[in-house]
Design a protein around this ligand. Sequence first.
Ligand code: PAF
Length: 281
Amino acid sequence: MNIVSTIKEVRDAVAAWRKEGLTVGLVPTMGFLHEGHQSLIQKAVEENDRVVVSVFVNPTQFGPNEDFEAYPRDLDKDAALCESTGAHLIFHPEPEEMYPDGFCSYINMTELTGALCGKTRPIHFKGVCTVVGKLFNIVTPDKAYFGEKDAQQLAVIRRMVKDLNFGLTIVGCPIIREEDGLAKSSRNTYLNADERKAALVLSKAIFHGKEMVENGEKCADKILNEMKAIINAEPLARIDYVEMVNMDTMDNIDTVAGTTLCAMAVYIGKTRLIDNFIVEM
Ligand code: PAF
């Protein structure tokens, strides 16, 4: 497995694979990889001849008061995980490689991005779409893999691919959880021991809401109120949002119907964590 830092090196590697008629999968990440990322890489390895993992903490998707500087980084550990999982190439560019002087072209989606995480992170999806669009153009993969934990991001990327005619397939992969239920996230490393315990209110509320839907409850307010009560009972937790939306439009719903996303962002201390469940009715 090679680690490269320039766009030219990625393009040369992909061109050589294409000459041999090989298919290429891409797993975009910000590094500090865990079992959630590993499940994406595994799926990509199963479905493609060659797999590129990008490891890039993308500055344009962080707001001014967010954790860009503090975001955990460990390329050696990431490389070991990628290699043992069967990836073929890591693309680890410097910010200047992706955003050289004079960079001024962004992908700005006008729908889907103002809801949920977009309310408190207004520039987030512009940065995500721009970097993911660039990665698609650099790697030109047949398939790209994203986790359902970032369900809004997945919906936004699917829409971007459709709207802008990127010629690839997007594959969504299920949330991977710790044994006690907490969704795996690179940001879990910010939690101290008390916060780690408190963070269980997210998955507790998610499992409770999902169970209510499975037992036939369709009233969004009723489900959301019970979920919020579980979270509000934890003194270290502060709700950013807990909402139910239509998965395609991100519009709020009153009644569970069609493909419904129930998503939350909750601060545990200073750490903002997300979780969700998706139901098809
Ligand atoms: O989900 C992430 O880790 C990031 O948002 C992504 C898709 C790698 C873009 O920087």
